[in-house]
Write a protein that binds this ligand. Structure first.
Ligand code: FCB
Length: 463
C-alpha cells in the first residue's frame, strides 16, 4: 500500500483534480424555499425502501452550510467541484418557470466556488426526477425527455454565464434499471419493458438537452464542455468458454454498449436489441431522428468506476439457462478484498476500461466518480485513520495514470465523495466521504484520505 503522498507520474499539468457530490445526497432542506418532492423524497419516505428508514430531508445540511463546504473544497486544493442541481428546487413542477430561491442558492454556490478558485462542474440530473413528472409517466414516457431539455435550458440560462462544464445525466443505467426494472432505487418500479423505454428516453433527453445547452452557449459566446456520465465497469469471462464470453457480451451490452453505441456511433447494438426482444419482450421506442439527436458530439465522457466483474454463462449448478429459460449472466464472486458495499476492489480493471474506451469510442474521458465506503471509526485522537480508503484512492489513481501512459486520453479524476452522505437505499450507513460528517452535530472532519488526496494533488502539480 502506497499511503505516503507522492507525485503521480504520467499526469500532465492540465490534469483536473476534483471532488464530487449530488444534490439529494447532501443538500437537505427538502421542503424549503419552494422545493417540491422528487422521486427520491417519495421513495425514501416509503417504509422499507432505505436502510434505517433514512431520508435526505436533512442529509449534510449543505443547503445551509454551503460556504463552509466550499471552504473545505478549497482547502483540499482541488481545482474542480462536481455537484448536481436539484431539478425540483430549480423548477419545482418539472415544467414552467424557474424558482427564484432555487436559482439564488446555485448562484451563491457557483459564485462562492469561483471566488475560491474552484471550477464548478454541474450535473443536471443525478436521479432526482420531480415527483410530478413521475406521476405523469416518468422516464418510460417520451414527454419526460422534452421536460428535461426545457429544464436544462432553464438551468443553463441561470448559470451558463459562469459554468462551462455541464454533464447532462449521471448514470442513466441506474435511473433506468435500478429505478424501473429492479425497484432498488426510486421510483421503485419493477417493469423491465418500462425500464428499456426509460433507457431510450434518458438518452433522448440527453441529446435534446445537449442541443439546447450547446445552442445557448454558442449564441451567448459562453465556453462549454458538455458530456454525460456513465457507470462503467469491465466484464471478464470466468473461463475462456463460448458461454462465459457470451455472458460478458450480454452484460457489456446492457451495461455499456446500449448507452455508448448510440451516444458515440448513432446506433443501438443489434445484438442487444435482439436479446431485449427475445428474452425480455422489450423494445427501445426509437422514432425517426432520435439517434441523430442522441449522437450529437460529446466533448467529454464522464466515467464513474467502482469495480470490474467476472461473469459466467452458467448457474452455480452448471445450467446454461435460468428458471425462465433465459441464458445465464451470472456475476462470479472472487476472493478479493472488498469495500463496505461488498464490492470487489479491482484497480487494474480501471486501466483496462479506460484503454478499451479509448480504442472503441475515442472520446476524451474524465473519472467523474471513484471511491469507496469503509467502516470508518473515529480514533481516540478524534481523527479517522482510513488507510483502506486511502489505499483504494491511491491504487485507482495509479490505474488512471497507467492508462494515460498507455495512450488513454483521460483528463481528470474526481473522488467520490467530498462528504459522507445519503447513500441512496443504504441511507447513512455507508460512508464514502473523504471528509467525515457527524450527523448529530454536522461537524466535518478531514479523514486521513482527504489529507493524502490534498498532498498527492499538490505534489503531482509541483513535480
Ligand atoms: C454512484 C452514484 C453516486 C454514489 C456512488 C457510490 O453510482 O452516482 O451517487 O451513490 O455510486
Amino acid at each position: 500500500m502506497n499511503l505516503v503522498p507522492r507525485p503521480v507520474p504520467h499526469l500532465p499539468r492540465s490534469f483536473r483534480w476534483g471532488v464530487a457530490t449530488a444534490a439529494y445526497q447532501i443538500e437537505g432542506a427538502a421542503a424549503e424555499d419552494g422545493r417540491t418532492p422528487s422521486i427520491w423524497d417519495t421513495y425514501s419516505h416509503t417504509p422499507g425502501n432505505t436502510a434505517g428508514g433514512d431520508t435526505g430531508d436533512t442529509a449534510c445540511d449543505h443547503y445551509h452550510r454551503m460556504p463552509e463546504d466550499v471552504a473545505l473544497i478549497k482547502g483540499l486544493g482541488v481545482d474542480t467541484y462536481r455537484f448536481s442541481l436539484s431539478w425540483s428546487r430549480l423548477q419545482p413542477h418539472g415544467r414552467g418557470p424557474a424558482n427564484p430561491k432555487g436559482v439564488a442558492f446555485y448562484d451563491r454556490l457557483v459564485d462562492e466556488l469561483l471566488a475560491s478558485g474552484v471550477t464548478p462542474w454541474v450535473t443536471l440530473y443525478h436521479w432526482d426526477l420531480p415527483q410530478e413528472l413521475e406521476d405523469a409517466g416518468g422516464w418510460p414516457a417520451r414527454d419526460t425527455a422534452y421536460r428535461f431539455a426545457d429544464y436544462a435550458a432553464l438551468a443553463h440560462d441561470a448559470l451558463g454565464d459562469r459554468v462551462a462544464h455541464w454533464t447532462t445525466l449521471n448514470e442513466p443505467w441506474c435511473s433506468a434499471m435500478l429505478g424501473y426494472a429492479y425497484g432498488d432505487q426510486a421510483p421503485g418500479r419493477r417493469d423491465f419493458p418500462a425500464a428499456v423505454r426509460a433507457v431510450h428516453h434518458l438518452l433522448l433527453g440527453h441529446g435534446l438537452a445537449a442541443e439546447r445547452v450547446r445552442e445557448a452557449a454558442h449564441t451567448r459566446d459562453h465556453p462549454l464542455e458538455l458530456g454525460i456520465t456513465l457507470n462503467l465497469g469491465t466484464a471478464t469471462p470466468e473461463h475462456d468458454t463460448p458461454e462465459d464470453r457470451d455472458a460478458c457480451r450480454r452484460a457489456d451490452g446492457l451495461g455499456r454498449r446500449v448507452y455508448l453505441d448510440p451516444l458515440v456511433k448513432g446506433v443501438y447494438p443489434q445484438d442487444v436489441v435482439a436479446d431485449l426482444a427475445a428474452h425480455h419482450g422489450a423494445e427501445l421506442p426509437v422514432r425517426d431522428g432520435d439517434l441523430e439527436t442522441i449522437s450529437a458530439p460529446l466533448d467529454v465522457l464522464g466515467v464513474n468506476f467502482y469495480r470490474g466483474t467476472l461473469f459466467s454463462g452458467r448457474t452455480e449448478d452448471g445450467a446454461l439457462q435460468d428458471e425462465r429459460g433465459r441464458p445465464v449472466t451470472r456475476a462470479v464472486e472472487r476472493d478479493l478484498p472488498r469495500t463496505a458495499m461488498d464490492w470487489e476492489i479491482t484497480p487494474t480493471a480501471l486501466t483496462d476500461l479506460l484503454l478499451s474506451l479509448q480504442k472503441e469510442y475515442g472520446v476524451p474521458t474524465v473519472i467523474t466518480e471513484n471511491g469507496a465506503a469503509f467502516e470508518d471509526t473515529v480514533g481516540a485522537d478524534g481523527e479517522v485513520h482510513d488507510a483502506d480508503r486511502t489505499a483504494y484512492l491511491a491504487d485507482h489513481i495509479d490505474a488512471v495514470a497507467e492508462a494515460r501512459a498507455q495512450g488513454a486520453d483521460v483528463r481528470g479524476y474526481f473522488a467520490w465523495s467530498l462528504l459522507d452522505n445519503f447513500e441512496w437505499s443504504y441511507g447513512y450507513a455507508k460512508r464514502f466521504g473523504i471528509v467525515r460528517v457527524d450527523y448529530d452535530t454536522q461537524l466535518r472532519t478531514l479523514k486521513d484520505s482527504a489529507k493524502w488526496y490534498r498532498d498527492t494533488i499538490r505534489l503531482t502539480r509541483e513535480a
